[in-house]
Design a protein around this ligand. Structure first.
Ligand SMILES: *[C@@H]1O[C@H](CO)[C@@H](O)[C@H](O)[C@H]1NC(C)=O
Ligand SMILES: *[C@@H]1O[C@H](CO)[C@@H](O)[C@H](O)[C@H]1NC(C)=O
Ligand SMILES: *[C@@H]1O[C@H](CO)[C@@H](O)[C@H](O)[C@H]1NC(C)=O
Ligand SMILES: *[C@@H]1O[C@H](CO)[C@@H](O)[C@H](O)[C@H]1NC(C)=O
Ligand SMILES: *[C@@H]1O[C@H](CO)[C@@H](O)[C@H](O)[C@H]1NC(C)=O
Ligand SMILES: *[C@@H]1O[C@H](CO)[C@@H](O)[C@H](O)[C@H]1NC(C)=O
Length: 532
């Protein structure tokens, strides 16, 4: 105690001698205006002689001007801090809630460098101080209390430097924006308890931490659930928005069909019959499709059969089959999605465009090829061979478009249907009101009646006839009649035989059409012979 009061006295004997002048003006003005008195050097020397521990005594070389300015700031700060009697003592720097002057005093680094030994408490709290930790303050190594709380200090706290402040008992760094300490287990944090670092940013905030834990425990599962939910919803409603690997290839949903048809708009409705709407639609990838929608109610069993059928027909793949892209099976509706055909069906084509002989043969050949494919690969798939249900592609390939599964019709029935299809393509329609018009049997009998002698009467008059065509027509229509003969008098024709006959007939025209006319003439004779 004795030494402290001694140094106090020494120091303030100096300040006191200056005080009448100094304290009358602001500190900055005094710093610029005031000059040290002539005997300042000797005063300092005397002080150091009496108390060598004074900080300025240990600086070398001694900067008299700086030491003088220090004494000015010290006397101002002592008074600002409302010390009881600055002439006698300077035990505290109290700049609490003084945001105007606190930064100014902090900026006088020469003051902190010579920090008076009498100061035991520094309170700079509640001043909105910005920037990094005011490390100069730690030059006052003798202090017992330091309060920097309620500021906006940021960055790292120089934890290591505190080790020299051996007298420090109370520290308050609360309510600042320091960076979280990477050394939270060092001596420093054992010395002071948590109330020194409330909301300082220095220690991991337990509340924040628990918030994080809660967020993680609550939000993560929610996020997962929401993601899975969205994913599931997409799966159920718009699988076309999913990456390809998550899609089920042939599965369409009502929302997908709704989107494809512009909300089932009338504009896209291309056909309608009882319980069935046919729409033209565009899928998300731009594919144009034909969508057949059945609105009827179905039993569970028939629904199951419907799906089985769809699963099969989507696997059909042949040049002469309409590609079935998929199906939709929901509580409200069932639908089949196939590729879109701009062309018409064979029935309309024949009546509207009067196609030449060769093109008609091409249709027959395509249909037979399709039939062979189905017979070999998918014998359980039945199909409809009416001229109205065989479609035409842009390249005038016939496309079998109506399939039914579990079709029990025998192969001879299929051959019969083909024969009828053949005749319908090559033979005049029977005018309405005619005695044979009513049934297909009537139609076949009508052709048979004129075959072969009056054949010219029944062959479609729109075919441009030549001798060669007539020869061929005779054979082809003869084939058609054989196919449709159910009397059992003929041996059963096989699909393969029919295919051979039609293909050869068609190919003989290809040879004829080829640019090398001479050769084709020779071949023509050959081809002709073959068909016999
Ligand atoms: C102060 O006085 C001492 C002698 O008393 C002298 O040695 C020293 O150089 C002086 N310092 C300055 C800065 O004038
Ligand atoms: C201390 O400062 C106050 C104003 O804050 C002033 O009125 C007073 O005179 C000063 N004391 C001395 C000793 O200069
Ligand atoms: C902080 O200072 C402001 C004035 O600058 C004052 O109104 C407020 O009460 C002080 N808060 C504390 C905790 O001292
Ligand atoms: C003041 O503090 C700085 C930084 O902590 C240090 O480098 C310097 O030596 C100190 N000066 C005194 C006189 O203690
Ligand atoms: C923390 O220290 C202060 C004084 O240093 C004391 O009042 C307080 O009870 C201590 N709190 C805990 C949790 O130890
Ligand atoms: C530090 O200051 C805060 C806010 O003013 C206070 O709640 C806390 O108790 C103080 N801590 C200590 C160790 O004084």
């Amino acid at each position: 105690m004795a030494s402290i009061s001694a140094s106090t006295l020494l120091f303030f004997s100096l300040v006191f001698s200056l005080s009448p002048v100094i304290l009358s003006a602001s500190v900055v003005e005094d710093l610029t205006k005031l000059q040290p008195p002539p005997d300042f050097n000797s005063t300092i020397m005397t002080n150091c002689f009496n108390n060598p521990s004074l900080r300025y005594c240990n600086s070398s070389p001694m900067d008299l001007m700086e030491i003088f300015r220090f004494t000015i700031v010290a006397s101002h700060l002592c008074n600002e801090s409302k010390n009881p009697n600055c002439a006698d003592s300077f035990p505290k720097i109290d700049l609490r809630s003084r945001p105007k002057v606190a930064p100014l005093y902090l900026s006088f680094s020469f003051f902190w460098k010579y920090c008076p030994l009498t100061i035991l408490l520094i309170d700079l709290s509640n001043n909105s101080l910005k920037g990094s930790f005011p490390i100069e303050v730690l030059n006052c190594t003798q202090i017992q209390a330091l309060d920097l709380s309620h500021n906006k200090l940021s960055g790292d706290v120089p934890v290591q430097s505190f080790s020299s402040l051996t007298n420090l008992i109370v520290l308050n760094l609360s309510y600042n924006h320091f960076s979280e300490s990477k050394m939270s287990d060092t001596e420093f944090f054992k010395r002071f308890n948590a109330s020194s670092f409330l909301h300082s940013g220095l220690l991991p905030d337990r509340k924040k931490f628990s918030m994080k834990v809660v967020l993680l425990l609550v939000c993560f599962p929610i996020l997962v659930i929401v993601t899975v939910g969205c994913f599931g919803c997409l799966c159920l409603r718009r699988p076309d928005f999913l990456p390809r690997m998550f899609r089920r290839k042939n599965k369409f949903t009502p929302p997908m069909l709704k989107a494809a048809t512009g909300g089932f708009s009338r504009k896209n409705l291309v056909g309608k019959s009882e319980g069935v709407d046919i729409y033209k639609g565009v899928l998300r990838d731009g594919t144009e499709v034909r969508i057949e929608i059945y609105w009827d109610d179905m039993s569970r069993e028939s629904r199951r059969r419907f799906i089985e059928e769809c699963k099969v027909v989507t696997q059909l793949c042949h040049k002469n089959m309409v590609q079935v892209l998929g199906w939709c099976n929901s509580r409200r509706m069932r639908a089949i999605v196939t590729e879109w055909m701009d062309g018409k069906n064979v029935e309309i084509w024949i009546s509207e465009s009067a196609p030449p002989w060769k093109q008609r043969l091409k249709i027959l050949m395509g249909v037979v090829n399709g039939m062979c494919y189905l017979q070999e690969e998918w014998p359980e798939v039945g199909y409809d061979l009416r001229t109205s249900s065989v479609l035409l592609s842009d390249e005038l390939e016939p496309l079998i478009s109506r399939f039914k599964l579990g079709d029990q019709s025998s192969s001879s029935r299929k051959i019969y249907e083909f024969g009828l299809f053949l005749l319908e393509i090559l033979v005049n329609k029977i005018p309405s009101g005619h005695e044979f018009q009513s049934s297909e049997h009537g139609f076949i009998d009508h052709v048979r009646m004129h075959y072969p002698r009056n054949l010219r009467k029944v062959i479609d008059e729109k075919i441009k006839m030549t001798e060669r065509i007539f020869d061929q027509a005779e054979k082809v229509i003869g084939l058609g009649l054989m196919c449709t003969d159910q009397s059992g008098s003929h041996h059963h024709l096989q699909l393969g035989q029919i295919s051979n006959i039609i293909t050869r007939a068609y190919e003989s025209w290809d040879v004829l059409d080829s640019p090398v006319q001479n050769r084709s003439y020779v071949d023509k004779g050959k081809g002709h012979k073959h068909t016999q």
